[in-house]
Design a protein around this ligand. Structure first.
Ligand code: PMV
Length: 326
């Protein structure tokens, strides 16, 4: 039996602008997805017969990536993440499945996190008709603070490049990490609006806006500049500056129409206790994120305002094997 864990993620800077070549910065969070696999006499998922067509991420990893032909498996999934909330739950599922199966098939080969990030990205792309950015899977696999960009980003440590053939042509990304200094008394608190975050629709909406009002491209460029200053603040551990950059980023995200009354409700409920607060991910619904020295207070404010809070320390670890029994 093997149990693997992979964390969810939250985007600190650069959502939407990354679609136009600017960098995005994401951090792994404490909550994630745990997958346990063990040998069985039948294929079972979550206590029921496994139907591969209903679980494209898992079946792609078993059949296409590992080409597994061994005895049937029983697969159990425990998720601490809100789904369709922009926290990377399908990436965390793919990575924890990939990590667990890797360890099950090759128990003596250590887990290479870059290969795992590629497995997760392949599973996401396969499930999403060839369209998937590597942001969620790379952040979940590597952990910490991950930068995804069209080009290499100065001042970061390059880890790998990812390429994907999409229906719109070939796309490629450079993935790097920023080593965070010791950050002790600052937490992230996510607040889920309870409304699904439709990434495809939100990205299409921004594209329409830019077509009808090309001057809005200056907001995208401003998000790029804010992302660079946020990155510098992160590297030097200046969390007040990180928070300030988050607030500025939110201003620009409003101007491109991706915030919503539900997100603004949670943002205004928490801003007086936050160093910075913004929506995270595609927007519309999904989550906001607060950077704070007072996580309990922020979590309470989110609950009182009708949202669902999730507290995380800053820059938690990446995918890992948590239990292994013969
Ligand atoms: O909500 P998420 O985690 O899928 O984030 C979407 C981020 C976007 O920049 C809006 C889209 C993308 O592909 O990067």
């Amino acid at each position: 039996m093997v149990t693997a864990f992979a964390p969810g993620k939250c985007i600190l800077f650069g959502e939407h602008a990354v679609v136009y070549g600017q960098p995005a910065v994401a951090v792994s969070i404490d909550a994630g997805v745990e997958v346990t696999i063990s040998e069985s006499s039948r294929w079972i998922l979550e206590g029921k017969p496994f139907e591969p067509s209903r679980h494209p991420h898992i079946s792609h990893i078993i059949n296409d990536i590992f080409e597994y032909t061994g005895r049937p498996l029983e697969i159990d999934i425990k998720s601490e993440l809100f789904s369709a909330a922009g926290l990377g739950s399908s990436a965390a599922l793919s990575n924890s499945m990939g990590a667990a199966l890797h360890h099950f098939v090759r128990p003596n080969e250590p887990l290479d996190l870059i290969s795992l990030a590629r497995i997760g990205h392949s599973a996401e792309a396969n499930a999403q008709k060839g369209r998937a950015s590597p942001t969620d899977t790379a952040t979940s696999a590597l952990g910490g603070c991950v930068v995804v960009s069209g080009d290499r980003v100065k001042g970061t440590q390059h880890f790998f490049d990812a390429t994907l053939e999409t229906p719109e042509g070939s796309r490629s990304w450079s993935i790097s990490k920023v080593e965070l200094p010791e950050i002790e008394d600052v937490w992230l608190v996510l607040g889920f609006t309870g409304i699904g975050s439709p990434t495809g629709d939100m990205v299409a909406g921004v594209s329409e806006l830019l077509k009808s009002d090309p001057l809005k491209m200056k907001e995208i460029e401003a998000i790029g500049e804010i992302t660079y200053s946020g990155l510098r603040a992160l590297s030097s551990g200046n969390m007040e500056e990180v928070g300030h950059a988050m607030n500025e980023c939110q201003e620009r995200l409003r101007k491109i129409g991706v915030s919503s009354p539900e997100l603004e409700n949670l943002i205004s409920a928490t801003e007086s206790h936050s160093l910075g607060v913004k929506l995270t991910g595609a927007g519309g619904g999904g989550c906001m994120v607060s950077l704070t020295r007072n996580p309990q207070r922020v979590a309470e404010c989110i609950e009182i305002a009708g949202g669902r809070p999730l507290v995380s320390k800053f820059g938690s670890g990446g995918a890992r094997i948590v239990i292994e029994e013969n």
